[in-house]
Design a protein around this ligand. Structure first.
Ligand SMILES: Nc1ncnc2c1ncn2[C@@H]1O[C@H](COP(=O)(O)OP(=O)(O)OP(=O)(O)O)[C@@H](O)[C@H]1O
Length: 330
């Protein structure tokens, strides 16, 4: 395996997994390339083979046929234990060792790799801060003394401990309440912007896929890829009825959340409107319009000066809706 790096490519070619006694494969002829540093989301219904596909990459499950390479190396030619030390793995049930402290949990792989005590201690400290847990408070607690959301964060920290180039994340935020989940997603997005790992992330939640993914693979039975594209492209142009059904309602709002205000044309500002920044999303702008009942929101640039304003019509136009003259009923 390569030394830890920011991220490496993963390639699955014609991968099939047939469990004993199964008429069809749980995964059949699955081919996909994940680019270095990419965060690829798998979404699909329960039982479509997401977990099986992912576990074949770190060889918790052996494929029946096909090939899988990481950074050009055939994973089947590598020692499975050595392979797994270079792949961070996060699962919904977290899997923290209950009789070990948080610090010991995070230190597991670095210790196996023979890091010095001082280096391990520094890394544990750094990672706890990265996932927004104060080392002074949490390092010496046991998992059961943490909330579910805090445990999930420790799970992410532990997977990152040896700085693996690849992370496999199976519903890592699944067991948390919606508010904690949003916070974990935000933290994770910031973290990924810094560390640039190659990540495959399984979720049932299309909204989560849109919020986090560079690309989304929408899977159906036997891990068939119905569409694999950027969130914006899938939302704007679902490949078929199946994908459209998976997106469900709210595609317009999800698309708005992906577009920063700074990317759309602005109109002249007025004196009285509430303001947002150019880095906020069109969804934020719509939210503010709905909450204030106003006709427009002013927009400030990075220096805080008012740069223009946005109306409902301007927001709709960003999604390709025809722009009607102000005051014209649709
Ligand atoms: N060890 C096993 N033996 C036999 N069949 C299995 C085994 N593990 C999984 N399966 C079957 O393979 C199919 C795919 O399972 P998998 O866990 O990969 O789906 P999934 O998309 O991850 O589902 P979920 O979203 O519910 O976790 C399912 O039909 C499942 O019942």
């Amino acid at each position: 395996m390569p030394d830890p790096t920011a991220g490496v490519g993963i390639e699955l070619s014609d991968v099939t997994k047939r469990y004993p006694g199964q008429e069809h494969g749980a995964v059949e002829d699955f081919s996909l390339r994940v680019e270095p540093g990419e965060l690829l989301m798998f979404v699909g219904p329960s039982g479509c083979g997401k977990t099986t596909t992912m576990k074949m990459i770190n060889r918790i499950i052996e494929p029946t046929s096909g090939s899988i390479t990481i950074d050009g190396e055939d994973v089947l030619s590598l020692d499975p234990n050595e392979l797994r030390r270079h792949i961070g793995y996060v699962i919904q049930q977290i899997g923290l060792f209950p009789h070990m402290t948080i610090a010991e949990n995070i230190a597991t792989v670095p210790k196996l790799l023979g890091w010095s005590k001082a280096r391990v201690a520094d890394r544990v400290d750094e990672l706890l801060r990265t996932v927004a847990l104060d080392p002074g408070v949490f390092a010496h607690r046991y998992p059961k003394q943490l909330s579910g959301g805090q445990q999930q964060r420790v799970g992410v920290a532990r997977a990152l401990a040896a700085d693996p180039p690849v992370m496999l994340m199976d519903e890592p935020f699944g067991a948390t309440d919606p508010i904690t989940r949003l916070r974990l997603q935000e933290e994770f997005r910031r973290l990924q912007a810094d560390i640039g790992k190659t990540i495959i992330f399984v979720t049932h939640d299309f909204d989560e896929a849109v919020r986090l993914g560079d690309r989304i693979a929408v899977l159906s039975e036997r891990s068939r890829i119905e569409q694999c594209d950027t969130p914006a492209n899938i939302l704007a142009d679902p490949a078929n009825e199946y994908v459209a059904g998976f997106i469900g309602r709210g595609a317009g709002l999800m698309r708005l959340a992906l577009i920063p205000i700074g990317e759309v044309p602005l109109e002249a500002p007025d004196d009285s409107s509430a303001a947002l920044g150019v880095q906020d999303s069109l969804r934020d702008a719509l939210d503010l319009l709905v909450l204030t009942g106003g006709q427009r929101v002013n927009v400030t640039d990075e220096s805080g000066s008012v740069a223009g304003s946005l109306t409902h019509a301007g927001i709709s136009a960003a999604l390709g809706a025809p722009r009607l003259p102000t005051g014209t009923a649709p």
